[in-house]
Design a protein around this ligand. Structure first.
Ligand code: TNX
Length: 488
């Protein structure tokens, strides 16, 4: 059967051939919200009367994995079993790939599926700093993540080129930091941000789709927009504008001033209160040490804390920020540069420059998310090595994404459990509009989602391609502007 990601066990040769009926769902208050999603999708009814129903959602506490589920379709009845609502939700995502509505009747071949994910962390990151993405688009995107059974949306909310989330205590962060100059004939400012109400709306939308949102505030580097808003965050009270060029900038938050940590405390406090999820990502990547090495307060900090150099100052900065995040009840996530100068306790590391940092961290007992840019998980890279293709910094074909093994050799048997999962990242320097974002994401994210859910054992590229062909029809129905060129 044509389902992506491929279910763990499918038995299709049952005695009967087809379910072909007007569907009616038997109510079950435990699954109310999932049943609503299902009946809305197919525009069918639900009922309190058992004998009138032919579709049943059943709570089966013996299904151990909360995201796991069973589906059984025969000529007369469809049953969906799971121990938690997330399992039922994923069963629906499977069903909508096989159950069609034809002349008022629901039609499906008969089959049994029992399914569960291989990895707990199935993530997708969007950078909304370099280019803002609308709430309307984010909802479409969250629906697509759900279809792929992806359960984490990593929201990269701040960077040199824009601060995109409202902070009540520091309105200038968005008042100034969300807009930047663009080069038009007249000098214009461009930019936008998410209000707290916008954020709440997206959190709720994601929650209904069993997606946890991971907010990221990128510090101490990638902070030009923050410094442009509040100059005291820099080592020299520098008057700056929000960055208009790409690359690694040298504007790093001062590590010597107490004000910087007070500011961080307030920002993290508000964000922790706003987001109900377990995690907060502190960035930590590509922090230039240029200012730190000349700043009297940073040099004083190095001395007073008994640090050896600016690399250890990075580690000091990350540890202090991690302590704030922990104080507000969240778990700490960071890009692999959090390794510099010594790793804080209890931090989950995102291995992005390759798989090496991930291997090293997993082997020393840290949890890891694999998302290497070489060459599987960075969807700002080109689909093909073609001058006429959009993208930069490398090539990542659909097959490269599909081929990626998040548990590479080199990870000890014992450390395998520390690979929580994998993630696709899309940076938006070159991506101004959602239509382009869709082109870069799909079907590479589709290919990666197969590994997130199934792992890499017992599979076949040709077989995946034939399922992908059918899957693309769903993407078309949802008006996704996916890439249609060669896959390898
Ligand atoms: C590296 S990945 C970055 C981003 C860029 C991206 C471009 C990471 C943590 N930092 O700031 O946008 O490369 O691919």
């Amino acid at each position: 059967m044509n389902i992506i990601p491929n279910p763990k066990n499918i038995k299709s040769n049952k005695d009967c051939e087809q379910f072909n009926q007007i569907g009616k769902v038997f109510n079950n208050s435990y699954f109310d919200s999932e049943i609503n999603i299902f009946t809305d999708y197919y525009k069918i009814k639900n009922t309190e009367i058992k004998s009138d129903a032919n579709i049943f959602f059943i709570r089966n506490v013996n299904i151990e994995n909360p995201e796991g589920y069973k589906i059984s379709v025969d000529c007369n009845i469809i049953t969906i079993e799971s121990s938690h609502t997330s399992g039922a939700f994923y069963a629906i995502q499977t069903l909508i790939q096989v159950l069609t509505l034809e002349t008022g009747k629901l039609t499906s071949p008969c089959f049994d599926i029992s399914d569960e994910p291989r990895f707990k962390w199935r993530g997708s990151m969007i950078d909304v700093s370099r280019n803002f993405m609308s709430i309307k688009f984010l909802k479409k995107y969250l629906d697509l993540l759900a279809l792929h059974k992806i359960n984490k949306f990593h929201w990269h909310l701040t960077d040199d080129q824009g601060w995109r989330i409202e902070i009540l205590k520091y309105p200038e962060l968005t008042g100034i930091g969300s807009k930047r100059h663009i080069n038009t004939v007249r000098s214009e400012l461009k930019g936008d941000f998410y209000t707290r109400d916008d954020v709440k709306e997206i959190i709720q939308y994601a929650l209904e789709r069993h997606i946890e949102i991971i907010p990221e505030i990128d510090i101490p580097g990638h902070s030009t927009a923050a410094i442009a808003s509040i100059k005291e965050l820099s080592c020299i009270d520098e008057e700056l504008e929000v960055a208009t060029t790409w690359g690694v900038h040298n504007k790093t938050l001062c590590a010597g001033k107490e004000f910087v940590f007070e500011w961080l405390d307030s920002v993290i406090h508000e964000i922790s209160d706003l987001f109900p999820g377990d995690f907060l990502h502190l960035g930590g990547d590509e922090a230039s040490k240029e200012y730190w090495e000349k700043c009297p307060l940073c040099l004083e900090r190095i001395k007073s804390e008994g640090l050896k150099n600016s690399k250890e100052l990075q580690s000091y900065f990350i540890k202090r920020t991690a302590d704030i995040i922990t104080k507000y009840g969240k778990k700490v996530l960071g890009w692999e540069e959090v390794l510099e100068g010594g790793l804080a306790d209890d931090i989950t590391v995102f291995s992005w420059q390759g798989i090496e940092a991930g291997i090293e961290c997993a082997n020393s007992g840290y949890d890891v998310i694999m998302c290497p840019n070489q060459s599987a998980c960075y969807f700002d890279h080109k689909h093909l090595g073609d001058v006429d293709e959009i993208g930069w910094l490398g090539v990542c074909t659909v097959k490269d994404s599909w081929n990626f093994n998040p548990i590479p050799p080199g990870i000890t048997e014992d450390a395998k459990k520390h690979i929580l999962g994998l993630q696709g990242n899309i940076w938006t320097e070159l991506i101004e509009y959602p239509k382009t974002l869709e082109y870069m994401l799909f079907p590479r994210l589709t290919a990666l989602s197969e590994t997130m859910w199934c792992g890499t054992e017992n599979r076949d590229w040709d077989e995946f391609q034939s399922r992908l062909k059918i899957f693309k029809k769903i993407l078309e129905k949802r008006e996704v502007n996916y890439y249609r060129g060669p896959l390898e």
